[in-house]
Ligand binder design. Structure first.
Ligand code: IPM
Ligand code: MG
Length: 368
């Protein structure tokens, strides 16, 4: 029997609640499809600071290194302890560190609006066309998030200067472009590359490199779009997009915008992948939404993004395609059966019942 090791890092806010449901779903899938999962939980984020004094405790990092894949919840509680310096806070010290540590340069965020959730999309029905189905490919270890120098300087006289540096090298753009073109080949074969080539040096290089890499993929139609126009086009005509290729920060912004089109940020899973060695790709899987501290611990969070992230894990890291598809089908079945967490609930829907985190998780588990 095949056997895999997963590090489960639930983190803060709603992380533990949605992780619990995802683990339950994973166990049901393993049982049905005949493989063994060793799932080990470890603290990260504020939970890591509370347990071991660090957002990414050494034992947690060691567990990640010894695992075949990481299932991550979410970290960061902006209102907690302002005396902890920004470099030690969970966003930078845990999440960005893990991305860098494992070389997770390719972030895939698939947005899909299920037909029955048309009401949860902020756009009028006629703009939704036959359905919204977009894959955001976000570069994850470069750009402004990591570029040096990155600091705040004192200028004297009560003034400060903050500096972030946007930097990309040719190889960094090439490898993410290959990921995006390959993804487009498996979809509707259209790639929209986002940049700001009218203003930024980075944008000019991005456009040049993506165009050159595109010559290797003649079956994929490539178009370029400035990021401001891209943000607008997502609202005006989201059905024109298949794969959206973005640098790190543009991808952060546009993937939240796209998630809203998909009905809710609570539906958006993500895979962050490193280089492939042989047929194994080490991956990190997390819902794209945050810790939602306002609803944490109240059985209100939607577990779907976490559960769909677990499905991506089974597919991308373990090649357990049938089990991944079964989880995705179970999510669809639970939604089609009328289960709605608050964010996708509408009183106008016939047969919709408002459920909590646990009930949604149970409905999905039962449908495996
Ligand atoms: C995301 C999040 C993170 C990011 C934050 C929490 C650092 O917004 O994964 O999209 O900006 O990358
Ligand atoms: Mg974000």
């Amino acid at each position: 029997m095949k056997s895999y090791k997963i590090a489960a890092l639930a983190g803060d806010g709603i992380g533990p609640e949605v992780m619990r449901e995802a683990i339950q779903v994973l166990r049901a899938a393993a049982k049905k499809f005949g493989f063994t999962l060793t799932i080990t939980e470890a603290p990260v984020g504020w939970a890591g600071i509370d347990a071991a004094g660090k957002a990414l405790p050494d034992a947690t990092l060691a567990l990640c290194r010894n695992s075949d894949a990481i299932l991550f919840g979410s970290v960061g509680l902006p209102d907690r302890d302002p005396t902890i310096p920004k470099e030690e806070r969970p966003e930078r010290a845990a999440l960005l560190r893990l991305r860098k540590e494992f070389g997770l340069f390719a972030n895939l965020r698939p947005v899909k609006l299920p037909a029955v959730l048309a009401h949860a999309c902020p756009l009028a029905k006629e703009r939704q066309g036959a359905g919204i189905d977009i894959l955001v490919v976000r570069e994850l270890t470069g750009g402004m998030y990591f570029g040096q120098p990155k600091k705040t300087e004192d200028l004297g006289g009560g003034h400060q200067r903050a500096i972030d540096t946007m930097v990309y090298t040719t190889p960094e753009i090439e490898r993410i472009a290959h990921v995006a073109f390959k993804a487009a080949q498996l979809r509707r074969k259209k790639l929209t590359s986002i940049d700001k080539a009218n203003v930024l040096e980075n944008g000019i290089l991005w456009r040049e490199v993506v165009t050159r890499i595109g010559k290797n993929y003649p079956d994929v139609t490539l178009e370029h779009m400035f990021v401001d126009n891209g943000a607008m086009q997502l609202m005006l005509k989201p059905t024109q997009f298949d794969v959206l290729l973005c640098e790190n920060m543009f991808g952060d912004i546009l993937s939240d915008e796209a998630a809203a089109l998909g009905g809710s940020l609570g539906m958006l899973p993500s895979a962050s992948l490193g280089a492939t060695t042989g047929n194994q790709t080490f991956g990190f899987y997390e819902p794209a939404g945050g810790t939602a501290p306002d609803i944490a611990g109240k059985n209100l969070a939607k577990p779907i993004a976490q559960i769909l992230s677990a499905a991506m894990l089974l597919r991308q890291s373990f090649g357990e395609n049938a089990a991944a598809a079964a989880i995705e089908a179970a999510v669809t079945a639970a939604i089609n059966a009328g289960n709605r967490t608050g964010d996708i609930f509408s009183a106008h829907e016939v047969n919709a019942k408002r459920v909590g985190t646990r009930e949604m998780g149970a409905a999905i588990t039962a449908a495996i």
